[in-house]
Design a protein around this ligand. Sequence first.
Ligand SMILES: Nc1nc2c(c(=O)[nH]1)N[C@H]1C(S)=C(S)[C@@H](COP(=O)(O)OP(=O)(O)OC[C@H]3O[C@@H](n4cnc5c(=O)[nH]c(N)nc54)[C@H](O)[C@@H]3O)O[C@H]1N2
Ligand SMILES: Nc1nc2c(c(=O)[nH]1)N[C@H]1C(S)=C(S)[C@@H](COP(=O)(O)OP(=O)(O)OC[C@H]3O[C@@H](n4cnc5c(=O)[nH]c(N)nc54)[C@H](O)[C@@H]3O)O[C@H]1N2
Ligand SMILES: [Mo]
Length: 647
Amino acid sequence: MSERRTVLTTCTRDCPDACGINVYVTNDRLVGLTGAKDHEITKHFLCRKALNYIQRFYSKDRILEPLIKVDGNWREISWETALSAIAGRLVQTIDQYGSLSVLHYQGSGSLGALKMLNKRFFNLLGGVTEASGSLCGGAGIAGQTMDFGYRTCHDPLDLLNSRLIVVWGRNPSETNMHLTHILKEARSGGARVILIDPVATDTARFCDMHISPKPGMDGYLALGMAKIIIESDLADKSFIDNHTANFAEYRSLVDSFDMETLSDKCGVSIENITGLATLYGGKKPAAIVCGWGLQRYAWGAETFRLIDALGAITGNIGIPGGGINHGHDELDYFDESVKGKEFARHSRKIPKPLLGKAIAELDDPPIKMAFINGGNPLNQSPNITSVAEALKNIDFVVVLEQFMTDTAESADVVLPVTTFLEEHDVIGSYWHNLVGLVNPAIEPVGNTRSDFEIYRDLAHFLGFGDEMAGTPESWIRKIIKPLKKSGITYESLLESHKRVPGAPMVAFEDRLFKTESGKFNFITGFSTSEIQSTDYPLVLLSTHSRSWIHSQLIPDENKSLPVAKVNPATAATYGIEDTETARVASAHGELTAIIKLDEGIRESVVRIDQGRWAKFGQSLNQLTPALMSNEGQNACYYQTAVKLEKI
Ligand SMILES: Nc1nc2c(c(=O)[nH]1)N[C@H]1C(S)=C(S)[C@@H](COP(=O)(O)OP(=O)(O)OC[C@H]3O[C@@H](n4cnc5c(=O)[nH]c(N)nc54)[C@H](O)[C@@H]3O)O[C@H]1N2
Ligand SMILES: Nc1nc2c(c(=O)[nH]1)N[C@H]1C(S)=C(S)[C@@H](COP(=O)(O)OP(=O)(O)OC[C@H]3O[C@@H](n4cnc5c(=O)[nH]c(N)nc54)[C@H](O)[C@@H]3O)O[C@H]1N2
Ligand SMILES: [Mo]
């Protein structure tokens, strides 16, 4: 008799949707995944990267034993040997150089809240050097924090109250699938949906209008819209007078440009800017949904602020169906004190976007040992060449991984970790307001352990085991304690995902902003720099793929070449035809790609999905510059100038 089970869990991957998942297990083997039916966002549907997960899970390339590098070759060792060797090395390093000589790098491989315990370990160690800043949304968050006091968004289902929705620099068809369902429903209820993206992505297919600006230049588009809105008397004077600060200075900024200049800068005709502004200013309530693509430039925060300003001048802030929606913190509903900040006697941070340079420059103390979990900085950081150089100079690198990634390959010890289908955890979303438990569907395969178990067990070797002791469940119960007042308990989460009661449907409904003035704070200055140069006249958008997340491909998926989508007119200037192979080169590096002609891509733009592996010569971050945004310590991946060369 075969034994069948269904386990309810939640996806922990770094994605807004944080889906409820039913996992089907037959005879202790995963056989299928479906979206949880009664999860009000997932609604039974899973995306391609989730559906592909079983293949990843059972890949022959998964690491199942602790590994140590001996003379350049990997050798399997026991957990006991691995953990005692690491503990011995830690004690020696800290004795000699202090705890700040240890670097902790936590990526976004899993957004489970239990991953906060990894940080607790390093705080208990005395406080280490932490890779901070952002590869993701730091610029947008910084911009919105300057305007509103903190970043938050409307509940996604509030979009059903909007008459107009502008999707700006976000590609939900590939990266946030359940938003597309809401957009389609809003549209069938009469809302108009507009996409602003230099690429006519699959999202454009169900939009009423597509505006294609020059990459990085949306701030000028927003200024142009503001000019039309103000000059055509579409502004909400009452909102401006009562709830905003710095309007006069912002108005001067708007007035300092004429429409021709703004149109030229953003590459959108005055007619289209006017049409867009008239729609946005005229169809209240109107929501803007901003993505991450929009802010991967040095001035990403300022771009967000100029878009926030559109919400403020039209009074689309604090009303149902309005808002400038990016996201909120996925830890919002949890107890972050488990990180144990109080244990750290020292603290030092280095920004992820400048990781290579920062490691190379640190002394007093220099970095001697590094722990990397849930991240692949040798693939996902901008300008990985500089990161690889820096990592080589660290005496002892420990990587907690599922696969022999570019980063794991560079380590001294690799510890095999479980996937979310083998772990306990709890997770919120950075977009919607449901929380869910992560329940193991099957026993860990091979000799894998969760991050929590690894750090907890390592703590025993180091004499602070008591502070990390306990089961995952006992820590999850602590983490979700703040939810108790809303009636959400561990037991209730075992039954189903729960919407957090009281989670706002509308952001800033009380118009109380946590800024210094208590009001919405307008931006007062803006500048950008040229991305392209004569030698490198194209912009590379290294976007997110529908089929995988970040670098989480299995090695075999790297066998084909990446596909570079370009406008036929752009390809023609290089004499390149559809399906031909070409070199894509920046000032920092190059790779080979297959050219796919696409009328929907703006001229002078190259779009390639990022995530392929550097060890196969295919990481796009061989080409990206190590730049950091003016605000928010964000990586500026899309500020990459390239050229094509026919091969
Ligand atoms: N399948 C899948 N899902 C994912 C991810 C994944 O890798 N794969 N990653 C997850 C993570 S961590 C994140 S942060 C999100 C990212 O989610 P998105 O923000 O949707 O992803 P991006 O691909 O960065 O960019 C979105 C769009 O911005 C456009 N864009 C680039 N530059 C500009 C610009 O200057 N102006 C405008 N208007 N548009 C621009 C790009 O052409 C692209 O279509 O997705 C999450 N979901
Ligand atoms: N060129 C370019 N680069 C980009 C971007 C871009 O748009 N263009 N986008 C950026 C964005 S938005 C982000 S968020 C970052 C993401 O950067 P990273 O967080 O470095 O992304 P991943 O490649 O997903 O690496 C996560 C690794 O963690 C492993 N993993 C998964 N779960 C666990 C776990 O529970 N424990 C441990 N120890 N490991 C686990 C996975 O196998 C994977 O190798 O990348 C950025 N890089
Ligand atoms: Mo991200």
